[in-house]
Design a protein. Structure first.
Length: 417
């Protein structure tokens, strides 16, 4: 890793962080990277931008437990002079902005002190009720067809509709918000325009809740006694919504995929709730929604494993690679994925991890969605051979582009409140 103009000190070459193996056979690729480069590998992002990928479980603990040495402060990045304004990965990395996700140290803690209590105040029983109702409503739209794409028809819209309710959007605005976030996440030609629409949604929500407070997350954030600007509120609302969308959708769909392709989970199709829990936990270890997370930036020159890290270097958190590090597997064994062991990095770790109440909300959405789906469509099965299923083409996000299924058509229930 180098500052502009310097030479790369890594003798074994640089790994391009691209290509189909990151989403077709990532675990084999991570094993090869550990063999050839060790616990920390020099990688190259789109456009020739250098970074370090942390592959080792112990090294991941070191980075995430050292917020002073490895803060999530993108303003430290020594590559800013080389980053074009239209760099496609910029939304993933994030320019400096006043937001819970893009601040560090005391400023991050200030935002967290406002957002986390609002998340903690969510009534888990009411959340479960709303998740069930919305899941039933989505299933009603396709249950009579005998076939569906569970990604587009169920897993992607469910978290957004639940989040819209949590934030205090009127029911009529939930579907539009879902379409906007999907366009943003897809990263296509409409992504920039979708980002603008996303911001407008949150600006409108903020104004609406100032005029008419309600029993919702936005109102609770506004009632926090410390002062925040409108820009900060909007950025935090966008961060909560975006972070809760695709990771939750992918946790749900990856768990369903596992249950439909692995005979160990066949009992779930007959209503076995323990099998659902086991599948969801195994996914967090083996198939977590976020494979690589950007990032951390070195506050000064240091050493990590056998690599020299320069001040301002970016470190990418290889969450999926760390979870399958043979050192941790020798310690806990493969049984960890089935016994509720939560020592994985699926939600990151340390000061900048996903807030615990947000993890609970995501788990409730994903588990409730799976349980309602299996209750309503007990004979659901894949519509294509498992080897034909396609992953999202990204080294960062581990999800499905689609999950086509077939089932015996059933009558819509209707009448949900």
């Amino acid at each position: 890793m180098t500052t502009p103009g310097a030479t790369c000190p890594v003798p074994h070459g640089v790994v391009p962080l691209s290509g189909p193996r990151f989403h077709t056979d990532p675990h084999a690729l991570y094993r090869e990277m550990r063999r050839d480069h060790g616990a920390v590998a020099a990688v190259e992002l789109l456009g020739g931008i250098p970074a370090w990928l942390v592959l080792g479980y112990r090294e991941m603990h070191q980075v995430t437990n050292s917020p002073e040495l490895f803060p999530r402060d993108v303003s430290l990045w020594n590559q800013w002079p080389n980053i074009p304004a239209d760099w496609p990965l910029l939304p993933m990395v994030g320019p400096p902005m006043p937001s819970i996700y893009f601040t560090a140290g005391a400023e991050h803690r200030r935002h967290l002190a406002m957002v986390e209590p609002a998340l903690e105040s969510v009534d888990p029983f009411e959340l479960r009720r709303v998740c069930e109702s919305l899941a039933d409503r989505l299933i009603d739209a396709f249950c009579g067809r005998g076939e569906a794409d569970l990604v587009a028809d169920f897993a992607e819209p469910l978290p957004v509709l639940v989040l819209a309710w949590l934030l205090g959007f009127p029911d009529s605005e939930g579907p539009g918000l879902a379409r906007t976030i999907k366009a943003l996440a897809d990263g296509g030609a409409d992504a920039i325009a979708a980002h603008g629409r996303f911001m407008q949604y949150m600006q409108h929500l903020l104004a609406m809740k100032r005029a008419a407070p309600g029993d919702d997350l936005t109102t609770r954030m506004l009632s926090y006694p410390a002062q925040f600007t409108d820009e900060e509120y909007v950025n935090d609302l966008m961060a909560v919504t975006a972070a809760g969308h695709l990771p939750t959708a992918d946790w749900l769909i990856n768990s369903v995929r596992l249950m439909l392709t692995d005979d160990r989970f066949a009992a779930a199709l007959g209503g076995g709730r323990r099998s659902v829990d086991q599948a969801m936990n195994e996914v967090l270890w083996e198939d977590a929604p976020t494979s690589i997370l950007a990032g951390r930036w070195a506050a000064r020159d240091t050493r990590l494993a056998d690599k020299t890290i320069r001040a301002g270097d970016m470190l990418l958190l290889g969450l999926a690679a760390a979870n399958t590090d043979p050192h941790v597997r020798q310690a806990v064994g493969d049984a960890a994925t089935h016994t509720g062991n939560s020592a994985h990095f699926a939600f990151s770790h340390g000061e900048y991890r996903c807030p615990f109440p947000a993890q609970q909300i995501a788990e409730t959405i994903a588990r409730t969605g799976i349980e309602v789906l299996l209750d309503r469509l007990p004979d659901i099965d894949l519509a294509v051979p498992a080897q034909h299923l396609v992953r999202r083409p990204s080294p960062f996000l581990r999800g499905m582009t689609s999950l086509p299924v077939v089932f015996t058509p059933v009558r819509a229930l209707g009448g949900f409140q």
